[in-house]
Design a protein around this ligand. Sequence first.
Ligand SMILES: [Mg+2]
Length: 172
Amino acid sequence: MGNDRVKEEALQILALFEVLPRLIVFDLDYTIWPLYCECHSSKEIPPLYPHARGILYALNAKGIDAAVASRSPTPKIAKAFLNNLGLHSMFVAQEIFSSSSHKTEHFRRIQNQTGVPFKSMLFFDDEDRNIQEVSKMGVTSVYVRNGVNLENLKLGLTNFSRNPPTSVDRRR
Ligand SMILES: [Mg+2]
């Protein structure tokens, strides 16, 4: 399925939900791309999971912000990859630093930067411990096994709509 087709299908999925997240946060390694960027050169253009780009385009078209929360020990390579892929400008916040906390510090920083409440965020990651810790903050968090795709986008939006933010949280 090409990027345009994925984008169209993602937009159709988004249209199914009355309440949508204000911000969708993505891990990078094994969520957006199928590799650890620390094992590569910053000059490379890494492969993406097949649905990743189309989903980001759909969020952009729908006016839903996206952000990055990565514990990569090589933020320079991660940022170079986003640049090389032409995706750098798709993210309103990019928190990329190694940390012994399971991304709770990443999410505090993202909230400070964006002003979006945790309850209005949706998060995708391939590490269960990150999912568990970030969930406790109130973020709807989805474990992905083979990268972000249309199926887990729909699952995430379903879970989000079951635990919607209060009207105060939803106010911008
Ligand atoms: Mg990962």
